[in-house]
Design a protein around this ligand. Structure first.
Ligand SMILES: [Fe+2]
Length: 267
């Protein structure tokens, strides 16, 4: 059995005005619920500034609580300067240990009980402020293929920022999606990925495996977006995944259970 959580946060504008309060409540959750592992699927900040990143990592307790895995979101690489600064990789370094190919940070894999969590960076800086597209890139895709092929046995769960599908089953609109999504899905499929965890979209949802999606896909939503604040608590038993959304209740200043969903992974 393996249990972990998946969350995404962002500090942008009035939609995120309660971020510090929610993250303080989240820290309490992390202490009380005894998770084996944390999964952070990107957008820790609005603009990727060093001070924003430091505060986000501090509020999440990076390096202090359970082990974790983190990938950046497009907001964390909001500009080329933010991407090249390495702020995300510096402040989230404790959640980026693992097996990797050569010296490049991404991709990397962490063993959690019987499974491998595989982190892929799908975010990249864009020149125009309204351009929210991501890219994995040919070099990282080649390393991912090699990494997946070389890991010891165990189901592979891919963690990245961008979705495959939107909640209603469409692809992301132009300028909000992943440029090389089809290539990443192909490499994941060849490498035995059984589940895709992502962020980017602020509403939580999931898709079971189907002809259109070779493995289930789960969007963590946003833990700090006003009125949508939630994260997922997962328990994996064999090939059976049970997910309990934990939803923030503003009046109580704490989280409650949402509607549980269950998936069978193609293991
Ligand atoms: Fe995003």
């Amino acid at each position: 059995m393996s249990a972990w959580i998946n969350l995404s946060l962002l500090g942008r504008g009035k939609n995120f005005r309660h971020s510090e309060r929610i993250l303080t409540a989240l820290r309490q959750e992390l202490k009380q619920r005894n998770f084996d592992h944390l999964v952070f699927s990107g957008d820790a900040t609005a603009l990727g500034f060093g001070e924003e990143m430091r505060r986000a990592a501090e509020l999440l307790g990076v390096g202090e609580g359970p082990p974790g895995l983190a990938v950046p979101g497009n907001h964390d690489y909001c500009t080329r300067a933010a991407m090249r600064s390495g702020h995300f990789e510096h402040y989230f370094a404790p959640w980026q240990s693992g097996e990797r190919i050569g010296e490049e940070v991404y991709p990397f894999a962490q063993r959690v009980g019987p499974v491998w969590l595989v982190a892929v960076n799908s975010s990249s800086a864009n020149r125009l402020y309204w351009d929210a597209r991501g890219r994995v890139g040919a070099a990282q895709l080649a390393r991912l293929e090699k990494l997946l092929a070389g890991l010891e046995s165990g189901p592979r769960i891919l963690v990245t920022h961008y979705p495959i599908w939107l909640a209603e089953g469409r692809r992301e609109r132009a300028f909000h999606g992943l440029r090389d999504l089809d290539d990443l899905v192909s490499v994941a499929q060849r490498g035995g990925v059984v589940l895709w965890l992502h962020g980017h979209r602020h509403e939580p949802y999931y898709h079971p495996g189907s002809e259109r999606t070779p493995f289930p896909v789960i969007c963590a939503g946003s833990v700090t977006h006003c009125g949508r604040w939630s994260y997922n608590d997962y328990t994996l038993t064999g090939s059976h995944l049970r997910a309990v959304p934990r939803i923030f209740v503003e009046e109580q200043g704490s989280f409650r259970d949402g509607c549980t969903f269950e998936l069978d992974l193609p293991i």
